[in-house]
Design a protein around this ligand. Structure first.
Ligand SMILES: C[S@@+](CC[C@H](N)C(=O)[O-])C[C@H]1O[C@@H](n2cnc3c(N)ncnc32)[C@H](O)[C@@H]1O
Length: 181
């Protein structure tokens, strides 16, 4: 696993308390879901993907009663989730698949706008960004602009291992405590 993904996983898990509810916004092959489920603090995972094949593969890898599998876009997260403690987005294409389905800036930003309200105080959103393909560049640019507009109780930071424009990186967004937003 890449150091970038390791960083995303550790950041997510370290921010969670017992009985945590987590949204896996991009299930793919289910490896991120599997990582999340390995931790005792997890009460439930809401797992989204728009590809039925991805959901089916991930479900076989993770036969857990703790997961609600949702074949829908993360942009509809508010239809399924009232409150959560952590969210992970692993943007881009399904690894190892011939499918050309990729995440889009439109749906990611729609989901993030909604998650600002769904995320509980002390919650965290972790986004792995890949600005190495056309839609990934659009997502990167849109996310940079969106982050500039974040105000209290939210703050963010980025983790990057190399400074190539196309290198993957992680955006982490925290929601501070004592907030009613
Ligand atoms: C990079 S892969 C995720 C990798 C995955 N987390 C894993 O552990 O294997 C991105 C996934 O996002 C899914 N996706 C694309 N658009 C989506 C959307 N609007 N809502 C939810 N999932 C989406 C794709 O189908 C793809 O499976």
């Amino acid at each position: 696993m890449s150091r970038i993904l390791q960083h995303a996983h550790q950041t997510l898990i370290q921010a969670l308390s017992p009985q945590a509810v987590v949204v896996d916004a991009t299930v793919g092959n289910g490896l991120d879901t599997a990582f999340i489920l390995r931790h005792d603090v997890i009460k439930h995972v809401f797992a989204f993907d728009v590809q039925e094949d991805a959901i089916n593969t991930a479900r076989i890898l993770n036969p857990s009663y703790k997961v609600t599998w949702i074949l829908d876009t993360h942009a509809n997260v508010d239809l399924y989730v009232d409150a959560c403690d952590g969210v992970i987005f692993n943007l881009g294409f399904l690894p190892g698949s011939p499918s050309s389905v990729t995440t889009t800036k439109t749906d990611v930003l729609l989901a993030l706008d909604k998650l600002q309200h769904i995320l509980k105080p002390n919650g965290v959103i972790v986004i792995v960004v890949y600005p190495s393909h056309p839609e990934g560049i659009l997502e990167h640019l849109a996310l940079q602009e969106w982050i500039q507009g974040l105000t209290h109780p939210f703050y963010s930071y980025e983790y990057k291992r190399t400074y190539h424009d196309t290198a993957p990186y992680v955006i982490t967004i925290y929601k501070q405590k004592n907030s009613s937003k």
